[in-house]
Design a binder for this molecule. Structure first.
Ligand SMILES: Nc1ncnc2c1ncn2[C@@H]1O[C@H](COP(=O)(O)OP(=O)(O)OP(=O)(O)O)[C@@H](O)[C@H]1O
Ligand SMILES: [Mg+2]
Length: 236
């Protein structure tokens, strides 16, 4: 089977004033179409940086991301933006809902910018019902709980049935009940639509929803045994 997402020796260093902050120091892996992969690792290990590179939101210093056969760095900015809107659903670590739009519009805007027009109303209804937000669609983000905001953000990521879902701590600040709703939805969408899902999480319980777990540490991929934080958590 061919890889749907391929990361090849990704390096990324941020420059803060005169200081270099290495975030990724040579990360390579591949994900097959339809796979659900969890990415775990300590704070600062480079997970979100990897997420930005895979989604074409930031450029690597060196290395490549091949998504569905395309080297995303070789695309023009316009082509990359189009690819992102067509193929990728993002859930960001911070909710990133637009504060002046109600929940309905926050979801619908993803359909509009993708060029899908009004999209698929039946799917909109189904997703919002499954996520338990159908009674909250007229609320502004400031009128929603954190869990509801995160479920709106997930609805927005899934509404265009993207081939790839990139989710950065989608259950980060959620209680168990909300986490389960979000994780079940991601899994269901992954299975029904053969979506390729990459989910970053701190939570071992959440990580187990994936088919496979990738461990990061200090900008590298490591084995589960080399991830003491993980070992301690899973034992405890
Ligand atoms: N915009 C930025 N400018 C400078 N340094 C950054 C920037 N973003 C991240 N970093 C640094 O790069 C490293 C990796 O950060 P990253 O956000 O990828 O980690 P993370 O694994 O997602 O952490 P967390 O679990 O806390 O979200 C950290 O040392 C961080 O301080
Ligand atoms: Mg992060």
């Amino acid at each position: 089977m061919t890889a749907f997402i391929e990361a090849i020796d990704l390096h990324k260093t941020y420059r803060v004033g005169k200081m270099d902050v290495p975030a990724l120091r040579g990360v390579s892996f591949s994900v097959e179409k339809g796979e659900f992969v969890s990415v775990v690792g300590p704070s600062g290990s480079g997970k979100s940086t990897l997420f930005y590179l895979l989604g074409g939101l930031t450029r690597a210093d060196s290395g490549k991301v091949i998504l569905d056969g395309e080297d995303i760095a070789a695309l023009s900015d316009a082509e990359r933006t189009r690819m992102r809107k067509r193929k990728i659903g993002f859930v960001f670590q911070r909710f990133n809902l637009l504060p002046t739009l109600d929940a309905r519009s926050n979801i619908a805007i993803a359909q509009e910018i993708s060029g899908n027009g009004s999209g698929d109303p039946a799917f909109f209804q189904r997703i919002t019902e499954l996520l338990g937000i159908s009674q909250r669609l007229n609320h502004l983000p400031s009128e929603l709980s954190g869990g509801e905001q995160q479920r709106v953000a997930l609805a927005r990521a899934l509404i265009n049935k993207p081939a790839v879902v990139l989710a950065d701590e989608p259950t980060g600040n959620l209680d168990t009940e909300n986490s389960n709703i979000v994780l079940k939805m991601l899994r269901q969408s992954n299975q029904e639509l053969k979506q390729t899902v990459l989910m970053i999480t701190h939570n071992p319980e959440a990580a187990r929803y994936g088919d496979r777990i990738i461990h990061m540490r200090d900008g590298h991929l490591v084995s589960a045994e080399e991830d003491p934080q993980w070992a301690a958590r899973t034992i405890g």
